[in-house]
Design a protein around this ligand. Structure first.
Ligand SMILES: [Cu+2]
Length: 509
């Protein structure tokens, strides 16, 4: 088996007899190559579905993608989940700057949906990253767009974004990686590292493996499930080359759950955030990943060779009280609308949980590996043309119950909330006056965090989702480049988005 530099140790197998073979038999000659990837790190769970990878070839990434209910092995259970092409997580898509992407998407769910390409700088109108599209059950729609020739390399992802159904569909399992290859991947030290993708998802199932009904979930807090998976597996075993480096490319694909990740005995070296590379590696003992965020870290395998736990540390992101009162005594409101326990909605603030076990494997010669010193030029943005403020809060609405608001208003698709000019730079102050943390996400253009509560941000980085804690003001600086039209910004606790915490952004020439 010949292994490429970028996915050494990932054995490429053309799957026979599966859906992949059916897809390949229908394809024209220009179709992108699809490979089923069976990583040795998945050895803990041999009956999990194979994850496929679609890679562009000759400038074209082309595939069929079908959203449907599928029977999937999840931990010790067989689960009925919402999938793209029957896979949890969905197929990984890989393209390069300048490529054309064509996705023939079929909605075989029993309700409308669409696709959002989270973090990609592509048009947000027409048949590109257009979250206003409504693809009805049974319909097929062809997405087609070009990746700009100057697009950042990075870890992006795709998921449904049909307003009102986003949290439900993501929590059903609909999420996959969209990787743009580029300069970061060419740095020799990074090429030498073992590359792994970690898609973090959580699920809530009944005893028969069916998704829990929404009535059983804590929607106000943001739904969380007690089954946490990495690449569709519960507590998988991951590997690090002894004396070498592993590059973990992590996405939080959960609708509400925060992950505060720490690996016993091993610091993380952050090399990329949502929008691609940072200037140089940033050592951190832990990484907080809120819904929608991505991070890339390098980890060195030079500790004692034994098993280490990748843990999710406690985090209190706040929770809703009975009638929306404030937080009490520096802690959180106890209980919340749905009570505690399994469906209490926020178990992640209680105790560390083990997400995976990490083991050393395949010793690498020590002298051949090192941490890269310089990764990318992250330019300082010019002073803003305009400063705006966005207040995140919640309230009661007659007939609607609890609603989540931006600047006092719940989302309405026909309204334009924020109008900006193309080729300008703006500072947005995101003010959280509510009692829960809200990760704020903007579609279409990446931004840089300038300050949090007036404390300047230490490291310059491209982001598209930023945590705004309760009581906090986060200032972001954003250039509006290349594309005009209407898109959105919203809280990435997707129940909050579905319950109104979204605004529309019109970019005009
Ligand atoms: Cu929120």
């Amino acid at each position: 088996m010949v292994l490429t530099k970028l996915n050494r140790r990932q054995f490429l197998i053309l799957s026979g007899g599966s859906a992949a073979a059916v897809l390949l038999s229908q394809c024209d000659t220009s179709r992108s190559q699809e490979n089923a990837v069976s990583s040795s790190s998945n050895s803990n769970n041999s009956n999990s579905p194979s994850q496929s990878v679609y890679t562009s070839s000759n400038g074209l990434l082309e595939l069929d993608l079908e959203a449907r209910l599928s029977s999937v092995s999840l931990g010790s259970q067989t689960a009925q989940l919402l999938t793209y092409n029957g896979q949890i997580p969905a197929p990984r898509l890989e393209a390069q700057p300048g490529d054309k992407v064509r996705i023939r998407f079929t909605n075989n769910l029993d309700e409308p949906t669409n696709l959002h390409f989270h973090g990609l700088h592509i048009p947000f109108t027409g048949n590109a990253d257009n979250i206003f599209l409504n693809i009805e059950s049974g319909e097929t729609f062809t997405y087609e767009f070009d990746i700009p020739t100057n697009h950042q390399a990075g870890t992006f992802w795709y998921h449904p974004h049909r307003h009102g159904l986003v949290a439900k569909q993501l929590f059903g399992g609909l999420a996959g990686l969209f990787v743009i290859r580029g300069e970061l991947d060419e740095i020799p030290e990074i090429q030498a590292a073992q590359e792994e993708f970690l898609v973090l998802q959580d699920f809530a199932l009944d005893e028969s493996g069916n998704l829990l009904d929404e009535a059983q979930l804590a929607l106000m807090t943001g739904r969380e499930g007690d089954i946490i998976t990495i690449n569709g597996q519960t507590q998988p075993q991951l590997t690090i080359p002894q004396n070498g480096w592993v590059r973990w490319r992590i996405v939080n694909a959960s609708p509400s759950r925060f992950y505060r990740l720490s690996l016993e005995g091993h610091p993380f070296n952050v090399i990329a955030t949502d929008g691609g590379a940072v200037a140089k590696p940033i050592p951190q003992s832990e990484v907080l990943l809120t819904p929608g965020e991505r991070v890339e870290v390098l980890v060195q395998g030079t500790a004692e060779a034994k098993d280490y736990r990748l843990v999710n540390l406690p985090y209190n992101r706040g929770r809703m009280g009975m009638m929306g009162g404030g937080r009490m005594g520096g802690g959180r409101m106890g209980g919340g609308m749905m009570g505690g326990g399994r469906m209490g909605g926020n178990p992640s603030d209680e105790a560390p949980t083990t997400l995976a076990t990490v083991r050393y494997q395949d010793a690498v010669a020590t002298e051949s590996v090192s941490l890269p010193t310089q990764l990318a030029d992250v330019p300082e943005l010019p002073e803003p043309n305009q400063v705006r403020q966005f207040q995140l809060n919640h309230g009661m609405s007659p007939g609607m119950g609890m609603v989540f608001l931006i600047n006092g208003k719940p989302f309405e698709g026909d309204r334009v909330d924020t109008q900006v000019r193309l080729n300008t730079v703006e500072d947005w102050e995101i003010v959280n006056t509510g009692m829960m943390d809200h990760p704020f996400h903007v579609h279409g253009n990446a931004f840089q965090v300038i300050s949090r509560n007036n404390t300047p941000e230490r490291d310059r980085a491209w982001k598209d989702t930023v945590l705004v804690k309760t009581g906090e003001t986060v200032r972001i600086r954003m250039p509006f480049r290349d594309y005009t039209g209407k898109t959105v910004y919203h809280c990435h606790i997707l129940d909050h988005e579905d319950l109104g915490m979204m605004g529309s952004l019109l970019i005009e020439a």
